[in-house]
Design a protein around this ligand. Structure first.
Ligand code: MLC
Ligand code: AMP
Length: 502
């Protein structure tokens, strides 16, 4: 029978090591067996899940892959859940995606058990054995829906980005070709697995190539640094904040401790940065420290990766290079005309087989995000000497912090539930380490008091830790325009974030 290409390839990789994690070393054959068990359990006698949404909550490692591939092999749509998500955020994803089942690693079951019970959602443990004997798994056509990733944006509620198997394969093939992925590659994985960077660029590209992934529960300088010094990796991918953290850390280490780690980095064949702007100074410092030229690339959940500095050739600090294989990129001016000249700013628009098909159950938002078949990213760029350079975003309500995309509107909606907050405005203040930090200006109800610490404590459990404001300003009134709309740029200025003209 015909298998999905990623499964077909994994079967061929057989006894090669696929994943190292806290639970041991797992070969490709183990992943095939685990996914078959999950698929059979999910099917429970049915022929095909017919694109039912199946959410899953598992740490990075073989149980995560077993769940994802098991869902795919049973004909379902995989909806990964964030490990740091609050109960409210998890419930939103489960209800918005209309998940039929949640697959959960046993140690995480408490996070979802009561909720699933209340919502009538079936729970399957990654360790469950099927009650029915192994059935023939369905043949799943590659143009069927495969995954929904939730992304924050210009609306207060996150939207589900739907990709098909073909779409994910196009994203993988573009990157494996451009960055020359090989069977003998080894890569660490410490980024969250509910976002495209960790899922596609790292995990899926590695497993597609027959390479080895070492999964960490989180980014831990000591643990990752030790393995780098062992020469454990050939490829490394991270967000800019991680490179800033690594530089601070390496510079703080005594020479004898620093040297083997630097040598480990220097020996890698490829180090990539993405998900947020890599400051040119960080790029240069990394080269001075390790001799490596970081490869910066640009992408987005809806399109996969679109632009990349070259594998062979000039990797220019502050630039994101040229379109990746199979990806068409154009810049569109505000007038609606394509930008023809270098140095003129326009919106990045993308077309190609890696671009998503739809936002889940949001036909209007889907059609609004395309123009003549091109996806409108909302990111602004120029072309300079042949390379794209990102100039900023169209919307001030999108914040990128530590590589996470956050919606100011979503955070504001949460803060407005606070008993003493009458009005609020959330902005992203430029920050050397985090790219942007979440900041809020608030107007309080009369005779009340609020400080940052108590606000942060109140936010815990309501929004994920990385969304919680790190700066607070109590003001008498928010700057508004004649229509009464909050002027976000003026709010940013209150935090000393930017210079705003007269
Ligand atoms: C945490 N801290 C922050 C912060 N997050 N401070 C300011 N701004 C933030 N955003 C603080 C904490 O409160 C804590 O302080 C200290 O920093 C360490 O926190 P931590 O949570 O332990 O940090 P760490 O685990 O090191 O996390 C940093 C990180 C993480 C960079 C590893 O943010 C991360 O995984 N980011 C990647 C997200 C991602 O994958 N994005 C890709 C999306 S896809 P204290 O005082 O308590 O010590 C995409 C498309 C594409 O973008 O192109 O790829
Ligand atoms: P996400 O929606 O989480 O997939 O984040 C995608 C967004 O990250 C893009 O729209 C950009 O704003 C930003 N981004 C990704 N890579 C880069 C980069 N190299 N430089 C600047 N911004 C980037």
């Amino acid at each position: 029978m015909t298998q999905l290409p990623i499964i077909e390839r994994a079967i061929a990789h057989g006894q090669r090591t696929a994943i190292r994690s806290a639970t041991g070393v797992h070969v490709y054959r183990d992943l095939i067996a685990a996914s078959e068990t999950i698929a059979t359990t999910l099917l429970d006698g049915k022929d095909d899940l017919q694109e039912m949404r199946i959410a899953y909550l598992a740490p990075a490692g073989e149980r995560y892959v077993g769940a994802q591939w098991g869902i795919w092999r049973a004909g379902g749509v995989a909806v990964p859940l964030g490990l740091a998500a609050t109960a409210k955020e998890l419930e939103y994803v489960l209800t918005d995606s209309q998940a039929e089942t949640v697959i959960v690693a046993s140690e995480l079951a408490d996070k979802v058990a009561l909720m699933c019970d209340r919502l009538g959602i079936r729970i399957v443990s990654t360790g469950d054995r099927p009650s029915t004997p192994t059935t023939t798994l369905p043949e799943v056509a590659t143009d069927r829906r495969a995954m929904i990733l939730y992304t924050s944006g210009t609306t207060s509620e996150p939207k589900g980005v739907v990709t098909t198997h073909d779409c994910i394969q196009a994203q993988i093939e573009s990157l494996t070709e451009a960055w020359c992925w090989r069977q003998d590659d080894r890569i660490p994985l410490f980024l969250p697995l509910h976002h495209i960077h960790g899922i596609v660029n790292i995990m899926s590209c590695a497993l597609w190539s027959g390479a080895e992934v070492e999964a960490f529960p989180r980014f831990d300088l000591d643990a990752v640094g030790r393995r780098v010094a062992d020469g454990a990796y050939t490829v490394f991918m991270a967000v800019p904040t991680i490179y800033v953290k690594l530089i601070e850390w390496l510079e703080s280490l005594p020479l004898a401790q620093r040297e083997p780690i630097v040598e480990g980095f220097a020996a890698m064949r490829l180090m990539v940065s993405g998900s947020a702007a890599l400051p040119a100074s960080v790029h240069e410092t990394w080269t001075e420290l390790t001799g490596q030229r970081l490869l910066e690339r640009y992408g987005m959940t809806e399109i996969g990766m679109a632009l990349s500095n070259p594998y062979d050739g000039e990797r220019r600090p502050g630039a994101v290079g040229r379109p990746l294989p199979g990806v068409e990129v154009r810049l569109q001016a505000d007038s609606g005309e394509p930008v023809a000249d270098e140095g003129v700013v326009g919106e990045i628009q993308v077309r190609g087989p890696g671009v998503f098909g739809e936002y889940w159950n949001r036909a209007e938002a889907t059609s609004a995000s395309f123009t003549d078949g091109w996806f409108r990213t909302g990111d602004m760029a120029v072309i300079e000497a042949g390379y794209f350079r990102i100039m900023g975003r169209r919307s001030v309500d999108i914040i990128k912090s530590g590589g996470y995309k956050l919606s100011a509107l979503e955070i504001e909606a949460c803060l407005l539930d606070h008993p003493v907050i009458a009005q609020c405005a959330v902005v992203g203040v430029p920050d050397e380490k985090w790219g942007e930090t979440v900041a809020t200006a608030v107007v309080l109800t009369s005779d009340s008091f609020l400080d940052l610490e108590s606000l942060r404590t109140w936010c815990e459990g309501r929004i994920s830790p990385y969304k919680i404001p790190r700066k607070l300003l109590v003001v008498d009134e928010l700057p508004r325009n004649a229509m009464g709309k909050v002027k976000k740029l003026a709010v940013l200025q209150l935090f000393g974030g930017i210079e705003v003209g007269p």
